[in-house]
Design a protein around this ligand. Structure first.
Ligand code: MEV
Length: 319
């Protein structure tokens, strides 16, 4: 039986998380070493069967809970495709992106499923990057409450993006990278739900808008400066800006003792910059390193308790 496969990458936010929800710019890049893969095949049995082997789950779409993320993606797709009833299918999703780690696992799963369904059912329009991004955003709203739109954008386009949330259309720009940037991505092992952290920051912002607006403005200034330094290839300055961004994230209360430990370990071992990435309060941190420092920083992170350390090189090839 015909089988169709599609994938989407993980992501890291280099600069500007949280402030991006409030209209400030942010920079995110895909992490192609970890991916979500969706497979769609025709089925001889009536209905749509959902299979998530990583979670040990297999169930019918018609019996899935309303807020089940996998079922929600398929329903969003079905509405967008104006398909009253989907054909009989089996949809399987696998992922090497850690869940609840700030690496975009939910967005990548949604993007891969939407792309695979669009390909399999030959609905070209829904497989275009912009539509994949829009539909993934709808799913993210269920998962995250008030997402900025940056995660769905970076996983759907699979390119580094400079992003500003605005109406009627978000501003999405790519940028050039004159020096390859090498990042280590280290997992605290502490799961963190983006929806909860984003909701908590919102409550704090509502309670003290003056303080939070100032923090967000500072994050926005750092992101704009970081774009210039990335384009100019000034690696040391990029590292300083990461450290500055982390100070504001800490002030927002989204850091954690585990993140702080890995960040100071990376800096102590010679990383040029380090910060949390994504929603924070757990999940992953990123460290900017040179080729020479990479192994030293990696082993220091592992000794300090990192559950896993990935390496990702950002070059112009991606843009
Ligand atoms: C999550 O990857 C990034 C946040 O800024 C939330 C969002 O932009 O939707 C924390």
């Amino acid at each position: 039986m015909a089988k169709t496969e599609a994938t989407a990458p993980g992501k890291i936010i280099l600069f500007g998380e949280h402030a991006v929800v409030y209209g400030r710019p942010a920079i995110a890049v895909p992490v192609t070493q970890v991916r979500a893969t969706a497979e769609v095949e025709d089925s001889a049995i009536k209905g749509v069967r959902l299979h998530a082997p990583d979670l040990g789950r297999e169930y019918w779409l018609s019996e899935a809970e309303e807020n089940d993320p996998f079922a929600y993606v398929v329903r969003v797709f079905s509405v967008a495709a104006s398909l009253g009833t989907l054909p009989d299918l089996k949809v399987t999703v696998r992922s090497t992106i850690p869940i609840a780690g700030g690496l975009g696992s939910g967005a990548a799963m949604a993007a891969a499923v939407i792309r695979a369904l669009a390909k399999h059912l030959d609905i070209t329009e829904l497989g275009a990057n912009q539509r994949v991004s829009e539909l993934t955003y709808q799913v993210e709203t269920l998962l995250h409450g008030t997402p900025s739109g940056i995660d769905n954008t970076v996983v759907a386009y699979e390119k580094p993006v400079f992003f500003i949330r605005q109406r009627p259309h978000n501003r999405i720009e790519t940028f050039s990278i004159s020096q390859p940037l090498r990042f280590l991505i280290a997992d605290t092992g502490v799961e963190s739900e983006t929806k909860l952290v984003v909701g908590d920051v919102r409550r704090r912002w509502q309670k003290d808008p003056g303080k939070y607006e100032k923090i967000f403005d500072n994050c926005g200034r750092i992101v704009n400066a970081a774009k210039v330094e990335i384009e100019g290839g000034r690696i040391k300055e990029i590292g300083h800006l990461m450290i500055e961004n982390q100070a504001y994230l800490k002030e927002m209360t989204v850091s954690s003792p585990e993140l702080e430990r890995l960040i100071s370990t990376a800096l102590g071992a010679g990383a040029l910059g380090a910060k949390l990435s994504g929603a924070g309060r757990g999940g992953n941190m990123i460290a900017l390193v040179t080729d020479l420092q990479e192994e030293k920083v990696r082993s220091a992170l592992l000794s300090a308790g990192a559950q896993r350390v990935l390496s990702s090189v950002l070059t112009n090839v991606l843009t």
